[in-house]
Design a protein. Structure first.
Length: 346
């Protein structure tokens, strides 16, 4: 009897409405929009941020280094970054100038002598040979003066060259010599790098040469950030061994230090219209690939897709997905079709 009563009581409880039991709240998710646009397939290549002006500055004359700028010091264009001892050159210049003045004094004497002989020649008191000889001596001393003037100019130029000047504004990256060392003409004194005028140098395979043009913007990834930068120059000369050619890209981000490694996405196909979604929106369960779309009523829909070309952080999807559709990028792990969701941050 007690068993029958227990069964009847349980049946009555099961028949009661469940209005008192709370339903599960909508699951929070993050979404992004599918993009309908004209895209090209991308090929990621390695690149390096370089300076457009990066030079090992050499000495233009011989001598002993008496000063050189410190590493890290910024040198303006036309300002000295090293100095060579010019004591001996200044003494040589004084000697050249003294020689020049002596020759000029000799020239004045010979010129006056020629005038006297010319006056005597009018009175027929001197021979033609004497007159010709005086003229020849004056001409020779004039040529010696020209050579002396050249010597003075050459020594003055060597003195000027004892100041090793910066051909452009830059920072001293490395001192190649120390104070007290002797250098010869052409010896490297310091490495000067222009950190303001920078660009990216990338090596690209010849297969992408037909899709690149100057001025087009490409994606540049540095650490965890990606930006768009225009192609400045395409150098269509391939290396016969590596089958690569060089591309120069603008480096407008001040955070890109000279020497920083970057990755560059170069177009690898003709552009065409397609729908692309973030890679995080793809869900793979077994052999099935799909995305979870959120309707206007914030209800989950399952859409089977296939993938096409990769587009950096995006990927082409082939299926019933249109541009502007909201697809779930975070929180899709336990969702089921028909489940209600709430958009995080919405």
């Amino acid at each position: 009897m007690n068993k029958i009563l227990h069964i009847l009581l349980l049946s009555s409880l099961l028949s009661l409405p469940l209005c008192g039991i709370a339903q599960a709240p909508p699951a929070p998710v993050s979404v992004d929009e599918a993009r309908l646009d004209t895209f090209s397939a991308s090929l990621w290549v390695s690149g390096t941020v370089i300076s457009r002006n990066d030079a090992n500055i050499g000495a233009e004359t011989d001598g002993r280094i008496i000063w050189v700028a410190d590493e890290g010091e910024i040198i303006d264009e036309g300002k000295p970054l090293a100095r060579i001892d010019d004591t001996d050159m200044k003494l040589e210049l004084q000697d050249n100038q003294a020689t020049l003045e002596s020759l000029r004094a000799r020239q004045r004497y010979l010129s006056a002598n020629l005038e006297r002989l010319s006056s005597l020649a009018l009175k027929i008191n001197t021979s033609a040979n004497q007159l010709d000889e005086a003229q020849a001596e004056l001409d020779m001393i004039t040529q010696e003066i020209r050579r002396a003037e050249i010597s003075v100019a050459q020594t003055s130029r060597r003195i000027d060259q004892t100041l090793v000047l910066a051909p452009f504004t830059g920072i001293v990256a490395k001192r190649q010599v120390q104070i007290g060392e002797f250098v010869g003409r052409g010896d490297q004194v310091a490495r000067l790098v222009d950190t303001q005028n920078r660009e990216i140098r990338a090596q690209a395979p010849l297969s992408v040469s037909g899709y690149l043009r100057e001025g087009m913007e490409v994606s540049v990834q540095h650490r965890d950030t990606a930006t768009l930068s225009p192609v400045k120059r395409v150098i269509p000369v391939g290396d016969e061994r590596s089958r690569m050619f060089e591309v120069r890209i603008a480096a407008n981000n001040p955070e890109w230090v000279v020497g920083s490694p970057v990755r560059v996405a170069l177009p690898n196909s003709d552009p065409r219209k397609l729908v692309a979604v973030p890679r995080d929106a793809l869900v793979l369960r077994g052999s099935e690939m799909f995305v979870l779309r959120v309707t206007d009523e914030n209800v989950v829909e399952k859409v089977s897709v296939a993938t096409g070309i990769g587009l950096g952080s995006l990927v082409e999807v082939i299926g019933d997905v249109s541009g502007g559709d909201r697809v779930i990028t975070r929180g899709a792990e336990r969702l089921q079709p028909g489940q209600e969701v709430v958009i995080a941050g919405g």
